[in-house]
Design a protein around this ligand. Structure first.
Ligand code: ZN
Length: 248
């Protein structure tokens, strides 16, 4: 069974379509999504609709909650606030209902799915090894899948040679290079479909082969200018538009 792993689509349907086309050639049997389907981008309804049709296992992200007014926009920077308020007006009731039903945490076999972290699923950013290490105590499965930082990264829990305890090792995954899901516990971030922030503007996703125990990262180009034109037409902040070209 092959799992297509997506995170942080952020209402960028051109990026989502490019990922689905690329992944279909591999192919996949099921979709797991780590939240933030909406926010930042110009296509909230199209993105929710397209994703729903794939019947994904999915958790809620902070932008999903903010659009539903379960979080205050005061927690966001001005550009994110502006996109969130626009999305609140734009999102159709069926899309809002769908987002409303999303859980904060899901468990699928050896995997725990959250948006931010197992310790604080909606908000915590898993940016470095010390945060990761603290979070290994907060899930029971072998692997935890996270999004939220928009960067492809893996934290592997391993023995600390200087003490009796454990430490987290950072792995920056290479594109198209299979990674074995071994016995060591890992926190895995597939990167962002709709707003990558690791300097590479191409949409990011991962595939998990459950049978073989293999994880593989992929990047795929998409028509960024198409998304940007829609953002301009909808009067989005300039900063949100240009950052897509820079992968930041
Ligand atoms: Zn996000």
């Amino acid at each position: 069974m092959n799992i297509l792993l997506l995170a942080d689509i952020h209402a960028n349907v051109a990026a989502l379509e490019a990922v689905l086309r690329d992944a279909e050639s591999r192919p996949f049997d099921a979709v797991w999504c780590l939240g933030d389907v909406v926010g930042y981008g110009p296509d909230p309804n199209e993105s929710v609709e397209r994703l729903r049709g794939l019947y994904p296992k999915m958790v809620a992200g902070n932008h999903d909650w903010a659009v539903l007014e379960r979080l205050s926009v005061a927690d966001f920077n001005p550009d994110a606030q502006s996109a969130c308020i626009w999305t609140r007006h734009e999102l159709d009731p069926p899309g809002a209902e769908y987002l409303q039903e999303l859980p904060q945490v899901l468990s699928e076999g050896d995997f725990t799915l959250v948006h931010g972290s197992p310790r604080a699923p909606i908000w915590e950013y898993m940016l470095g090894p010390s945060t990761a290490q603290a979070n290994f105590a907060h899930f029971d499965t072998r692997f935890c899948l996270v999004g939220h930082t928009h960067s492809a990264i893996i934290f592997r829990c391993c023995a600390n040679p200087d003490s009796e305890g454990e430490q987290s090792e950072v792995i920056i995954p290479q594109v198209d290079a299979p990674i074995a899901l071994g016995r060591e516990r890992m926190i895995i971030n597939p990167g962002s479909v709709g707003q990558p922030r690791d300097g590479d503007p191409r949409a990011s996703y991962a595939l998990i082969d459950l049978q073989e125990g293999i994880l593989e990262y992929h990047r795929v180009p998409y028509p960024i200018e198409l998304t940007q034109k829609k953002m301009e037409a909808r009067g989005f902040p300039h900063g949100l538009i240009v950052r897509l070209s820079m992968g930041w």
